[in-house]
Write a protein that binds this ligand. Structure first.
Ligand code: CMX
Length: 434
């Protein structure tokens, strides 16, 4: 059998001349133009990044390596009798563009297993955090503390060929990804279970092992696999993916880059929205004494928020213009497994009520729900009731996509990022001269 690393090496050797030729023969071809609106509007929609790992179509949603999410979930190998595929198989797909067979998936499961042991000092870093620290801060720091483990960093300072950068980055990425479920589960035990951790089970896959360490019974293993796969990648321009790419473009190793990615994810307009959504729904739930509001009452809640100048968490998106397929997949899961759950009924009602209100309100370009509008209620249903932990799980998933991107960035020799800034007066000057 060809190993994943050998396969990746073959693919990289095929891609390198393609990219060199593309740049050499087309260096002046215009892809997009920068308008004043884009300059001041967070570069929204500006086509200025390259990735082949995933693509986000505004109407269709995300495709991983050309596959829609339903295809990914259908085609990737699954544990015997399971509904949701192996997370390891997804990583294989993101890296190579190929759906792995059973044997290839098992090879990667084994690789992850061999690299799971977390250095002792990481537990000490976590143990020494002041109380009331947010789990995302602890997660980011735990990852950062492992910078000293970087194989890439050691090799780089020893002097290596640029052609081999990807190889050491690949090793770092497997070493880090394999440890993330254990680190996240330890933070969970530390913050919410008085430090009573459950040891990992070496016979379990990435998702099942995480569910086991959280102390959650089946079918939470299915939820874990679904959650990590759904959050893995969303092309390169979102804050977490872009931050990871930006930091790594200066040849910072995986630990520095993924820690930065986690920090980007921790903003409430991005990954932290899943926590905010749940807190908001819980407030409504309390206000209603656990009863489901009527449509009219729900409409009033939504309008009250908008009138107070707040955003409706879990709704809207910078790129998407339809319901996020990551939302739809979670909705289908909920309809199958937890249809009578009271919080799901809140989410279901919001889905009916919010889009027409956001349309009438007239500001949000996308009135439809995103991934974060649904994820929290599924976690609540299976007993993960600590809302501020949800973004950590998002981070475990997102690290898969960002690591795959960073390996390919290194393999194809993408440059250090260095866009140019102007002063406001210079922009006014440019406008005057037009
Ligand atoms: N509720 C109310 N107003 C909203 C809104 C929402 N859900 N979504 C967008 N708007 C408003 C914006 O605040 C903006 O108002 P101003 O003109 O006053 O600044 C206006 O509509 C236009 O915004 P937009 O172009 O539609 O959206 P952006 O690309 O600027 O922002 C996003 C995208 C996701 C930050 C925004 O929709 C939002 O804040 N949503 C709520 C938070 C959320 O769910 N974030 C998670 C996104 C998914 C993820 O990354 O994890």
């Amino acid at each position: 059998m060809v190993t994943l690393k050998q396969k990746l090496a073959e693919k990289i050797n095929q891609e390198r001349p393609r990219i060199r030729k593309l740049i050499k023969e087309n260096c002046d071809t215009v892809i997009d133009t920068v308008t004043v609106e884009k300059l001041f509007g967070g570069m929204r929609g500006l086509k200025c990044l390259v990735t082949d790992i995933s693509y986000l179509d505004p109407d269709e949603g995300i495709r991983y390596r050309g596959y829609t999410l339903p295809d990914v979930f259908k085609k990737l190998p699954k544990p015997p009798g399971a509904e949701m595929p192996y997370v390891e198989g997804l990583y294989y797909l993101l890296l190579t563009g190929d759906i792995p067979n059973e044997e290839e998936t098992n090879e990667l499961i084994d690789e992850f297993r061999k690299r799971r042991i977390v250095p002792r000092y990481v537990y000490e870093v976590i143990d020494n955090f002041p109380s009331l620290s947010h789990p995302m801060t602890i997660f980011s720091t735990a990852i950062l503390s492992m910078h000293r483990e970087s194989f890439f960093d050691r090799k780089f300072h020893g002097g290596v060929s640029k052609m081999d950068y990807w190889d050491y980055t690949y090793e770092d990425s497997l070493n880090l990804l394999a440890k993330l479920p254990e680190i996240a589960a330890y933070i969970y035990a530390k913050l919410y279970r008085e430090g009573n951790r459950i040891q990992q089970n070496p016979d379990m896959d990435f998702g099942s092992n995480f569910a086991h360490m959280l102390g959650k019974a089946k079918p939470y293993d299915e939820v874990s696999r679904m959650y990590f796969i759904l959050h893995a990648d969303h092309e390169s321009g979102n804050v977490s993916a872009h931050t990871g790419h930006l930091v790594s473009s200066a040849l910072a190793d995986i630990y520095l880059s993924i820690s930065s990615m986690v920090n980007g994810l921790a903003g409430p307009l991005h990954g932290l929205a899943n926590q905010t959504v749940l807190e908001w729904i819980m407030q409504l739930h309390e206000k209603m004494d656990g009863k489901l509001p009527s449509q009219a009452e729900m409409k009033q809640f939504v309008w009250d928020m908008l009138n107070a100048g707040q955003v409706i968490p879990g709704y809207g998106h910078a790129v998407l213009r339809k319901t996020d397929p990551r939302y739809t997949m979670q909705r289908e899961f909920a309809l199958k497994h937890m249809k009578t759950d009271v919080l799901f009924k809140f989410v279901d009602l919001l889905y009916k009520v919010v889009p027409p209100i956001l349309k009438e309100h007239g500001k949000a370009k996308n009135p439809w729900p995103n991934v974060d509008a649904h994820s929290g209620v599924i976690q609540m249903h299976y007993g993960v009731t600590e809302h501020d932990f949800y973004t950590v799980m998002f981070g475990v998933g997102r690290a898969l996509g960002v690591c795959a991107n960073i390996i390919w960035d290194r393999a194809l020799g993408y440059s250090i990022e260095r866009p140019k800034s102007l002063t406001t007066a210079m922009i006014e000057d440019i406008i005057k001269k037009k």
